[in-house]
Design a protein around this ligand. Structure first.
Ligand code: NAD
Length: 283
């Protein structure tokens, strides 16, 4: 079997085209969705992610503002900035780019963002609403993954989904969203014994490990849909996923590439949340 490649870049472009129309309609009603991104310090990867978010916002007609703060910024100063943005009626969505310098506690920052402007979907209220199946801002990467699976009408109900990784931003929430879709979900992680025993029973396999090409064909059941979340930079500067694309593509039914896979979908779901925030606030 040769897998069908789900190209996240192409799918993202299709969705963004529709969003552009939606934003135009909102603008006719006097609403321009506005995203404010806070970047602390000068981590090159974070800078590049933020640039991608700004570019995509601009192309979709969403107004975006980048607040760059030095890495010496204190937690209190950051929380004050967030408080100002929470009270600024012109700001629909607030995103603080992670990771943060070690003297700032990530959870304090996440919880300081108003749940009405929580376009990353990381606030405990957003997570609680997601867990109970209520309407909310869904976390962007997990929502992007579900959107990719649904774009190919891949059946989720009753299927066995195995997630490798249990981070708060990818592994745990994507499992929850799959459970909400009536899949049977298994979480695997660094302490899982005999990983292969689990992954080879997966109809849907999600790799969110952060280690280059660790999931090869041996880990994959014939005909599985394989989603590669990993973004790993190799010594030669190129990017690769967690999945060994070349071996797995001959065994899976669907596969996502890296780059041009989950990454562009993550940004697209952020734009979706920003439009949702603008609608909610101005309703
Ligand atoms: P993380 O480091 O927080 O979590 C990694 C998870 O992998 C952990 O839960 C750990 O238990 C598990 N793990 C590590 N080694 C393992 C092993 N040998 N076997 C089984 N499980 C193992 O990372 P994260 O934030 O969840 O990100 C994972 C990857 O996804 C990274 O490469 C990251 O860059 C990428 N990522 C991509 C996007 C995107 O938009 N495409 C978004 C977020 C993260």
């Amino acid at each position: 079997m040769t897998a069908e490649v789900i190209n996240g870049k192409e799918l993202a472009q299709e969705i963004r085209k529709e969003m552009k129309e939606e934003v135009l309609q909102l603008k006719e009603q006097g609403i321009t969705p506005h995203l404010t991104v806070i970047l602390i310090g000068d981590d090159p990867a974070s800078k590049s992610y933020v640039r991608g978010k700004e570019k995509a916002s601009y192309e979709t007609g969403i107004s975006s503002e980048l607040i760059e703060l030095p890495s010496s910024t204190t937690e209190k100063e950051l929380l004050n900035r967030i408080d100002d943005l929470n009270h600024d009626d012109n700001v629909d969505g607030i995103l603080v780019q992670l990771p943060l310098p070690s003297h700032i506690q990530e959870q304090h920052v996440i919880e300081a963002i108003s749940p009405e402007k929580d376009v990353d979907g990381f606030h405990p209220i957003s997570i609680g609403r997601m867990m109970t199946g209520k309407d909310t801002f869904l976390p962007c990467t997990p929502n992007g993954i579900i959107t990719m699976l649904k774009s190919r009408n891949i059946q989720l109900e009753g299927k066995h989904a195995v997630i490798i990784g249990r981070s708060n931003i990818v592994g745990k929430p994507v499992g929850q969203l799959l459970l909400n879709e009536n899949a049977t979900v298994t979480y695997c992680h660094s302490r899982t014994k005999d990983l292969m025993e689990h992954t080879t029973t997966a109809d849907i396999l999600i790799a969110a490990v952060g280690k280059p090409n660790v999931i090869d064909a041996k880990y994959v059941k014939d005909g599985a849909a394989v989603i590669d979340v990993g973004i790993n930079r190799l010594d030669d500067g190129s990017l690769t996923g967690d999945v060994d694309f070349d071996s797995v593509k001959d065994k899976a039914s669907y596969i996502t590439p890296v780059p041009q896979g989950v990454g562009p979908m993550t940004i697209t779901m952020l734009l979706k949340n920003t439009i949702k925030a603008a609608r909610g606030i101005h309703q």
